[in-house]
Ligand binder design. Structure first.
Ligand SMILES: Nc1nc2c(c(=O)[nH]1)N[C@H]1C(S)=C(S)[C@@H](COP(=O)(O)O)O[C@H]1N2
Ligand SMILES: [Mo]
Length: 402
């Protein structure tokens, strides 16, 4: 990409090719190791600064890339820098995309099927910015006990960015919805590695698609999307898990019925009712809106704190699909309300902090519990499911006093 800063003019000019060089193997080898402390499985992962445009990231897989954000990145601010945002591709993505040649086909149950250039998209409506958390539905899956299948993520498959784009509903209006339009499905330029495997396509119900904050976005923290994050365009659905945030958007298809495609009908689903690991057959629903979560970022598990001294703990929290209402520090049989930091909107991270007057001894099992304005609150026990989706159990840690 030639432009380093994002401008609508740059997008409209349609200039530029984004390309991704292969990570340098020498640099890959030069990274460190990090322990994700995953129960019941290998938990050491290499880290590397070798991916283009990326700082030090945890390598879950090289190709297609799965890169996790180290928790220390969440110690400051609420915006995750672009070079530290986690990366997830189901299938390999193209490593070069020419902006001038890129088209988005809008079809299906529409009045006039259209093929839109980046200029057309940028001019479809008002430019909108929204600060929203990009979180994989499988974030924290590796912490499941008993263990589940899928990428063994720690809690770093999340990040918060400012997204810039136009409203999806303005793009849909270029084609016009036909009678009976019920869902909107998205596809990107990435295709399966193996013959016959399903393409990564995802759909959302019409009431969500028409929301004012659901975007076709080209900007991430005031920079154009990189190849890894979906150049030139991606869907942003604030408050919903980012499995719906289709990258390298190339097709928008309006459906009149349910979506029977693999990644909606068969995958990314959670039990409709709580189950145990022994439950065999159970009804499922798609994983959609995010629940509240909170994390202590000032300290790590097992860290030593000063006995007899005051202690300040802080971290980040999120309300999920509704604004955060409160965060409490919770121990065994006690809880203390935390102070919330600046509010950057309902879908952003928000900082919290709490000052304890004096450390009297070890903290055996402390955590933070977020609650949103809809009354959703983090549970004490894990809602275990076979894919480890939508984890939001209160995360606990131990601090030693010395
Ligand atoms: N085209 C395309 N879009 C995609 C995916 C994909 O595999 N292909 N993966 C989705 C999933 S599961 C996640 S978690 C997010 C990750 O976005 P990021 O890599 O920008 O962090 O992208 C989503 N959009
Ligand atoms: Mo994901």
């Amino acid at each position: 990409m030639n432009e380093t800063r994002l401008s609508r003019r740059a997008l409209i000019a349609g200039a530029g090719t984004a390309a991704l060089a292969a990570p340098a193997l020498a640099k890959l080898a030069a990274g460190g190791m990090i322990d994700l402390v995953l129960p019941g499985g290998p938990s050491l992962r290499p880290t590397t600064p070798a991916f283009p445009g990326k700082g030090e990231m945890i390598v879950q897989r090289i190709r297609p890339p799965l890169l996790e954000t180290p928790m220390e990145v969440f110690r400051e601010g609420i915006i995750t820098p672009n070079d530290r945002m986690f990366v997830r591709w189901n299938w390999d993505m193209p490593t070069q995309v020419k902006a001038a040649e890129h088209r988005v086909a809008v079809g299906g149950a529409v009045k006039n099927a259209v093929s839109l250039t980046l200029n057309d998209i940028a001019a479809a409506g008002e430019t909108v910015e929204v600060v929203a958390i990009n979180q994989c539905a499988g974030n924290g899956r590796g912490l499941s006990s008993p263990r589940v299948t899928g990428t063994q993520w720690g809690n770093g498959a999340m990040g918060c960015a400012k997204w810039t784009g136009v409203r999806l509903k303005d793009v849909l209006a270029k084609a016009g919805l036909a009678a009976g339009a019920r869902r909107v499905r998205f596809a990107g330029l990435d295709v399966p590695l193996t013959d016959g495997a399903p393409q990564f396509i995802k759909s959302i119900p019409m009431d969500i698609a028409l929301r004012d904050d659901v975007l076709v976005a080209w900007g991430m923290n005031d920079a154009p999307l990189s190849i890894l994050h979906g150049f030139p365009l991606r869907i942003v659905v604030p408050g919903w898990f980012s499995t719906y945030w289709v990258k390298m958007l190339s097709t928008i298809e309006v459906l009149t019925g349910e979506d029977d495609s693999y990644y909606v009908a068969d995958s990314y689903r959670i039990p409709a009712q709580p189950i145990t690991p022994e439950t065999k057959d159970f009804p499922t629903v798609p994983v959609t809106a995010m629940p509240p979560r909170a994390f202590i970022t000032s300290h790590g598990d097992g860290e030593v704190v000063a006995l007899g001294k005051p202690l300040v703990l802080d971290g980040i929290a999120m309300g999920g699909d509704a604004a955060l209402e409160r965060v409490d520090l919770v121990g065994k049989g006690w809880e203390i309300p935390c102070t919330l930091g600046p509010d950057e909107g309902p879908f952003a991270f928000r900082r919290w902090s709490v000052k304890l007057p004096q450390v009297a001894g070890d903290f055996e099992s402390i955590g933070v519990r977020a609650r949103n304005v809809n009354g959703a609150v983090q549970p004490e026990a894990l809602a275990w499911n076979p894919s480890g989706y939508a984890r939001n159990v209160i995360e606990r840690m131990t601090l030693r006093a010395q």
